[in-house]
Write a protein that binds this ligand. Structure first.
Ligand code: 5GP
Length: 105
């Protein structure tokens, strides 16, 4: 089944896109839990961290480097949090891998 994030990536559903590159997109969370709440989302549909394959290594690395770049661009270095929820039991609602970036600065 196509995830809501894939629909966002395909522009079938509107969202506030803050950054995009070939293999991932960064959007504002629709229900922010902090002053800044962004989602770093691979374009490839990967359900959870548990579904990662060896070939995803570069993609995962890019997610972290993009998080670092965005924190620098927003001047929130030293004051932000990154987290993944994994599986519904630990509050993963959208079964398409995404890294949360939050800051209250
Ligand atoms: P999870 O709980 O799966 O780790 O986080 C999913 C996040 O996606 C939630 O923080 C939720 O607010 C956000 N979200 C769900 N649907 C949409 C949407 O249609 N647009 C945007 N921008 N964020 C969404």
């Amino acid at each position: 089944m196509t995830s809501i994030f894939t629909k966002i990536i395909a522009r079938e559903i509107p969202s506030d896109i803050v950054y995009e590159q070939e293999n991932l997109i960064v959007i504002k969370d629709i229900n922010p839990q902090a002053k800044i709440h962004l989602l770093i989302i691979p374009k490839k549909e990967i359900e959870t961290i548990d579904h990662l394959e060896e070939s995803d290594r570069e993609l995962i690395s890019d997610m972290f480097f993009v998080a670092k770049k965005i924190a620098q661009d927003l001047w929130i270095t030293w004051w932000y949090k990154l987290h993944f929820n994994v599986w519904k039991a630990w509050w993963q609602e959208v079964m398409h891998l995404h890294l949360h970036l939050l800051s209250n600065i």
